[in-house]
Design a protein around this ligand. Structure first.
Ligand code: KIV
Ligand code: NA
Length: 275
């Protein structure tokens, strides 16, 4: 499979092919996702999906690097994007460039960060250092406290126009793509038609250049509240737990392991050992 690059993605979008992105956090999820999708995102959603946090705010650069390295070792062909965690791009440009450049040195082809016009200077500096940037607008999970919860954004006229304006500013700043999360379809549609860069929707309706969902949500591995925009294709948690339960039953009932799952001594050695 040829390597998926940013120019390849832009061409696919111009050809009208909807792009697909999902998350991966380790080698297993990377091998599941890579052959299927155009872009693999090592999301800071690793915090709530895999690490047991309530939100993405406690996720650190050390955690992201750990997960990115695991994914990168599988040498994905999809475009590998790494999410900049909270406080990794807020403190200084030097710090931001080191963090983002470190992602590229670990095998990412692009970084993603959240926010609108207040990120323009940061994004310009990253692009200036040859670091491709994917923006993220609308429901930005790192703003959970500022938003007062995980709520759909851009429902009022003022908010909708602000997101549209932010999208244009991020394009001008040099982003090659934007994630649009938790906004009305009409707003995402308007953004997509008025920009030349890619829009990747999640809870943003069908009129985007592509769609992204968290892999564990698609596979039914996440427990608890599932947002309206998630479609789950298999009850992965139940299916996998049933399989595990069968194995436990077999162990407890003496059906596991069988001779085929065990090692035997050669006959002559067996005789000597048994004697
Ligand atoms: O962290 C993440 O998984 C994300 C996607 C849902 C866009 O930011
Ligand atoms: Na994220």
């Amino acid at each position: 499979r040829p390597l998926v690059t940013i120019p390849v993605l832009l061409q696919r979008a111009r050809d009208g092919q909807p792009l697909v992105m999902t998350t991966a956090y380790d080698a297993v999820t990377a091998r599941l996702a890579d052959p299927v999708v155009d872009m693999v995102l090592v999301g800071d959603s690793v915090g709530n999906v895999c690490l047991g946090f309530d939100n993405t705010l406690p996720v650190s650069m050390a955690m992201m690097n750990h997960h990115l390295e695991a994914v990168a070792r599988t040498k994905p062909r999809a475009l590998l994007v790494a999410d900049m965690p909270y406080l990794s791009y807020h403190l200084s440009l030097d710090d931001t460039l080191c963090n983002a450049g470190g992602f590229l040195q670990r095998g990412a082809a692009a970084v993603k960060l959240e926010g609108g016009k207040k990120r323009v200077e940061t994004i310009r500096a990253l692009v200036e250092c040859e670091i491709p940037v994917m923006g993220h607008l609308g429901l930005t999970p790192q703003s959970v406290h500022a938003m007062g919860g995980f709520k759909v954004q851009g429902r009022g006229a003022h908010d909708a126009l602000r997101i549209l304006e932010d999208a244009h500013r991020l394009q001008e700043a040099g982003c090659f793509a934007l994630v649009l999360e938790g906004i009305p379809s009409e707003v995402a549609s308007r953004i997509t038609e008025s920009l030349s860069i890619l829009t990747i929707g999640i809870g943003a309706g069908p009129n985007c250049s592509g769609q992204v969902l968290v892999l564990h949500d698609v596979l039914g591995l996440t427990q608890g509240h599932r947002p309206k925009f998630v479609r789950t294709y298999v009850d992965g948690f139940d299916v996998l737990q049933q399989a595990l339960t069968h194995w436990a039953e077999d162990v407890r009932g003496g059906a596991f392991p069988s001779p085929a799952e065990s090692y035997a001594l050669p006959a002559d050695v067996h005789a000597a050992v048994a004697a």
